[in-house]
Structure formats: structure tokens, C-alpha cells
Design a protein around this ligand. Structure first.
Ligand code: ADP
Length: 599
């Protein structure tokens, strides 16, 4: 976690102030009004009125004056209670939600755009997760801080001005003790932040162990491999021990500074000095009335209490700013694949050419090396090779999820970087190995877009599912294509098997009717017979489309117009199935191994 300078901390708070006023101006004005009102009313109720009433009483004044004063005070309290209730029950909850939503929307918009390569950067990813998890809390803390700081500053000003008026000498004590208190508080703040920084990696590690225990993804495996459960539990206990050690180490120093500030300076020195001064002024010098003694004491106490709260809140503010800094760093990240700019993609089938493409996820680690090949419109090509040879990476480049480090990819004769990126991606149908199903209806999972609710749309979804061999005649699908998938939120939701889910992913592509289809192991979760039937169907549906097919099962790619064999990021062989067998190279060797497995 980055440690910020005071300038940076102020900049983060300034940013949040601007953000909140931009998105919920009415709420912010009410929020601050309540803060000011609270302190002003406290001052009038407990200082001004007390002084007035006691002075009238001491001087034997007219009792009606006291009644008037009380009446005005009661009326003010009644009005204040109503405005506060409106604020608490209506304005605050709504305003807070508006701000949460506004910030989250900005983060989601950015997250949608950010280059995928950012996700490969461990530091960036960790910070991004950390920051987004803290978004709501950041805003909560900011609102509390802003309210508190304004309220306290108003409170301090009221009491100090009043104190100057009725007993300026008492202020001297504050002026002498305050710098020492401030020093101790800053030391406490520093130690607290340091302790938090030291704890952070251990807390993250502990959180990982925690996740493993509560996420359902791990539940099955942990039952099969109980040792892993023990390992996670031990790690958790280890991290806890580390955290406790850090707490103990810093605890001693924090205790010492806390005692010095809160106990010795604040209680003994300051309180002692104030009482001595006030009683001396009243009993010996006789310059202070009883009413003034009570009011001076109240003023000094209130001012110093408010100062203490302001000082303490800087600790929270420093920590909160560090999170805000992370969020802003994320928001300001430059994206190289920008969605708005670029040309429209031409209609119809186009040729694709990959020209001397080099690519690596991380600097110095080349995953694709000088890859070149061309796909004519309507051609069916296959990429094959062992795991890790770079097939999926090449697909990611074809879909412009990443850009090549060197070389270019052209579609319809033009570098794909010149097209408007979303239009380009939408012009290609793709099925990924690690596709995801969403907690939405079956229909929405095929559409992956806003539904227009028309009968024709539903019909096309059903057709796409049918073409992908997904059977709707299943008792579990009580609402047919409107059946919710996953049981995350819906009791009558359906959890599909791996093979069924894969068919839904294929239906997504078939629904869109694009001219080019890229399929990365689209049928790996199907049994061989289902795979064979589906491939027949896909061949039929994609008859006039350009298809790039990746599969480790060579039997599914043997009919391709051209097969490219990849190894260590390079294309090492290419040709038809028969030509490659005749070449008796790496493809032929792989084929023989697989054929052997099947016989
Ligand atoms: P294939 O699809 O042929 O199995 P991939 O394209 O998935 O191979 O992977 C090629 C190489 O790139 C592998 O060494 C893999 O570890 C590496 N790789 C894949 N994704 C990433 C990533 N996001 N960050 C870093 N390296 C990656």
C-alpha cells in the first residue's frame, strides 16, 4: 500500500469532495448543513444559554427572561430534530447509495475498457481488487470525515470566539498544552499507519485462506484433499500469529503515546491547570462569576475535545486516502486499446492475415514468435499443438484482446488496430475454453445483450440452442429459455453440466450469425459421440463462414482446409491432414499417439 505525502492526502480528499458535489450536490449541502447545525446548536444549548441563564439568576434578574430563553431554545431544538430525522431517514441513505453507484459505475466502465494486459500485472491487479473492495467504505469514511471536520471546526471556532470574549486567559493553557498533544497524536498516527502497512500482506494472505473455506468452488476438492484444508488452516493460523506479533510490537509504543497524550497531558496537566486558573480567577482575583467559571470550563473542554477529534480523524484520512489514491490510479490508467476511435468493419466475409506476429504477456517472455499465416474468406483452418504452445494466445490477439508486440493482423485487408474495437470484436463469433455462464436466464446467457422481448428474438435463441444440440426438453428447464441459470440467487435455478454449458456458449456464437467464427476447444467437455455429432452440425451451419478451430483432439480437425501445428509459439508445420501425415513430422507423431489411444 502506497504511503502518501500530506499533499497527496489533501488531493485525494479534494477529489472526493468534487466527486460527491458533482453527483449528489443537494445531499452534500444537507450533509454539511447538518454538521454545522449540530455544533452551533450544541454551542448555544450548553454554553451560550447556560451562561445567559446563570448570569440572569446570579444577578437576580427577571424570571420571564429565562422562560423566553428556554422557549426559544425548545423551539429551535424541535425544528432541529425534524430536519435531522429527515436527513437521517431519507436524505442520507439515498445520497449514500447515489454516491456508491456513481463511483462503482465509473470503476466498472473503466474495468470494461482496461487492457487485459493490466490483469497480468500482479501489483496492478492486487491494488485494483483492494481498491474496488474498499469503494463503499472509502465513501463512508469520507462522508464521516467531511461531516466531522466541518462540524468540529465550527464547534472550535464558536467556543474559541466565545472564550476570547469571556475569559481569554484560559486559552493560554490550551495554546501551551496543544502542541505536545499534537506531537503525541502524530506519533500515534504514524505508528498506526506503519502497523497497518506491515499487517497488510499478512491480512491478504489470511483473506486468501478465508476465501478457500467459504467459496463453493473449493468445497468439493477440499473434501477430497483434506491435507490442503489443513495447509490452509495452518497458513491462516501462521498469518494470525504474524499479525498478533505486529500488534504486540506496535501496541507498546501506541500505549505509551496514548497514555502520555490522553492520560498525562490531557487529563492531569491540562485539566489541572484549567481548574487551578479558573478557581484562582474566581476565588482570589474575584474577576470571574460562577456563570463565567462554568461557561469557561465548558468552552475549553469543548474546544480541546473537538481538537482531539480533528487530530484523530487525520489518521483515518491518511489511510482512506491511500485507497482513494489506488482507485484514482486505476481510473487514470491509459488504455492502449481504445474503443471509441476507428473505422467501421466492412460487411461480408473478409480474409484474415497474420503477419510476422511476436507477442509476450510479460517483458522478456516471448509467447508467440514470428507467426504468419493467411485465412481466405470461407476457409476452415485448425490450430493444433500441445498445451502451452500459444494457440489460445493467438486467438486472444485475433480478437484484439491484446495487440502484438511486433507484426500485424489484417482483416478485410486492413490492420485490425484501425477498426473500432467493439465493432471488430462483434464481427467475430468466438467460443472460449474458459467461457462463463452468468446468473441470468438461459435466454440472456445466449443473447449476452439487452433483450428486446420479441417473439422473434426468443425463436432465434431457441434455434441457436437447437443448432448447438442443447436440448430444451429437459424437466429442469421449467421456464424453458426463461429458466434462470445457476442457483446463486434463484431457488429454482438450474446448474448445467460442463457439456451443457459448453453448448450454451456455442449457441451464443450461432445466434449472432457472424461471418467469422473462432472456436477454442469448443467441445472439450463433450463425450466423443456428442462431439462428433456437434461437429457435423457446426460444419453444416458454418459452411459459408470463415472458421478458426482449436482442438487438441486431432480427429475433430482432420477435415480442415489447412491445419497449423504450433510448438513453443511458432508454427512448425502446416497443410491438410493428409499432407501433414505424409510429411511424417510432429503432427503425424501427435496423430499416431492419439490414434493409438483411441484404438
Ligand atoms: P495453449 O492454448 O496452446 O495451451 P496458451 O496460449 O494458453 O497455450 O499459453 C501459451 C503460453 O503463454 C504458456 O506458457 C502460458 O503459461 C503463457 N500464458 C498464457 N496466459 C498468460 C498470461 N495471462 N500471463 C502470462 N503468461 C501467460
Amino acid at each position: 500500500m502506497t504511503k502518501l505525502t500530506w499533499r497527496q492526502i489533501i488531493a485525494q480528499q479534494w477529489y472526493l469532495t468534487g466527486f460527491c458535489f458533482k453527483h449528489a450536490p443537494g445531499f452534500m449541502v444537507y450533509h454539511l448543513f447538518e454538521a454545522v447545525k449540530l455544533q452551533v446548536s450544541i454551542f448555544f444549548e450548553f454554553t451560550f444559554t447556560v451562561n445567559y441563564v446563570l448570569t440572569v439568576a446570579e444577578e437576580g434578574g427577571d424570571f420571564r427572561k429565562i422562560l423566553w430563553c428556554m422557549g426559544i431554545l425548545m423551539a429551535a431544538i424541535a425544528v432541529s430534530t425534524v430536519t435531522f430525522a429527515i436527513y437521517k431517514h431519507y436524505v442520507f441513505p439515498r445520497g449514500k447509495q447515489t454516491l456508491y453507484q456513481a463511483l462503482r459505475m465509473e470503476i466498472y466502465e473503466k474495468a470494461k475498457e482496461i487492457d487485459l494486459s493490466c490483469y497480468d500485472d500482479k501489483d496492478f491487479y492486487e491494488n485494483f481488487i483492494l481498491a474496488t473492495e474498499e469503494t463503499d467504505r472509502c465513501l463512508d469514511k469520507f462522508l464521516v470525515f467531511e461531516n466531522s471536520i466541518i462540524a468540529r471546526l465550527v464547534g472550535i471556532s464558536c467556543t474559541l470566539v466565545y472564550c476570547v470574549w469571556i475569559n481569554p486567559a484560559a486559552l493560554l493553557i490550551l495554546a501551551v498544552v496543544l502542541p505536545f498533544e499534537l506531537y503525541c497524536a502524530m506519533q500515534e498516527n504514524k505508528r498506526t499507519v506503519e502497523a497497518r502497512m506491515e499487517r497488510l500482506p499478512h491480512e491478504q494472505q489470511r483473506e486468501y485462506g478465508n476465501r478457500v473455506f467459504y467459496l463453493s468452488d473449493y468445497a468439493g476438492e477440499l473434501r477430497l484433499y483434506p491435507q490442503m484444508k489443513d495447509r490452509c488452516r495452518n497458513d491462516y493460523a501462521e498469518e494470525n500469529k504474524e499479525i498478533e506479533a505486529i500488534n504486540r510490537q506496535y501496541g507498546k509504543q501506541l500505549f505509551a503515546y496514548g497514555l502520555l497524550r490522553g492520560g498525562i497531558l490531557s487529563r492531569l496537566v491540562k485539566e489541572g491547570a484549567i481548574w487551578t486558573l479558573l478557581l484562582y480567577q474566581m476565588l482570589v482575583l474575584r474577576v470571574l462569576s460562577g456563570a463565567q467559571l462554568v461557561t469557561s470550563r465548558a468552552c475549553i473542554w469543548r474546544a480541546s475535545n473537538n481538537m482531539e477529534i480533528v487530530i484523530n480523524s487525520f489518521r483515518t484520512v491518511a489511510e482512506n486516502s491511500a485507497y482513494v489514491y489506488r482507485i484514482r490510479e486505476f481510473m487514470q490508467m491509459e488504455t492502449s486499446i481504445v474503443s471509441e476511435k476507428g473505422d467501421a468493419v466492412p460487411e461480408g466475409s473478409g480474409g484474415l492475415s497474420i503477419e510476422h506476429v511476436d507477442f509476450g504477456y510479460l517483458p522478456g517472455q516471448q509467447v508467440l514468435k514470428d507467426v504468419s499465416f493467411a485465412v481466405k474468406p470461407g476457409q476452415k483452418i485448425a490450430l493444433v499443438g500441445y498445451n502451452g504452445s500459444g494457440k489460445t494466445t493467438l486467438v486472444k490477439l485475433l480478437l484484439r484482446l491484446y495487440d502484438p508486440d511486433r507484426g500485424k493482423i489484417c482483416y478485410h485487408g486492413k490492420d485490425i488496430r484501425d477498426y473500432q474495437v467493439m465493432a471488430y470484436r462483434r464481427s467475430i463469433g468466438s467460443v472460449f475454453q474458459d467461457f462463463k455462464l452468468y446468473a441470468a436466464t438461459l435466454k440472456e446467457n445466449v443473447l449476452m445483450d439487452a433483450a428486446d422481448g420479441s417473439r422473434e428474438e426468443s425463436f432465434r435463441v431457441e434455434q441457436a440452442l437447437y443448432d448447438a444440440h442443447f436440448t430444451l426438453e429437459d424437466n429442469r428447464l421449467s421456464y424453458q429459455i426463461e429458466t434462470p441459470l445457476t442457483t446463486e440467487f434463484e431457488k429454482d435455478g438450474v446448474n448445467l453440466s460442463g457439456g451443457e454449458a459448453q453448448k450454451v456458449a456455442i449457441a451464443r456464437t450461432l445466434y449472432r450469425k457472424q461471418n467469422m467464427i473462432i472456436m477454442d476447444e469448443p467441445s472439450s467437455a463433450l463425450d466423443p459421440l456428442a462431439e462428433y455429432r456437434l461437429n457435423q452440425e457446426l460444419n453444416e451451419i458454418a459452411r459459408d463462414k470463415t472458421v478458426i478451430f482449436i482442438s487438441h483432439r486431432l480427429s475433430t480437425v482432420r477435415d480442415a482446409d489447412c491445419i497449423y501445428m504450433m510448438e513453443n509459439g511458432r508454427i512448425v508445420e502446416s497443410g491438410t491432414h493428409e499432407a501433414l501425415l505424409a510429411e511424417d513430422g510432429k503432427y503425424a507423431a501427435m496423430w499416431k499417439v492419439q490414434a493409438g489411444l483411441y484404438t
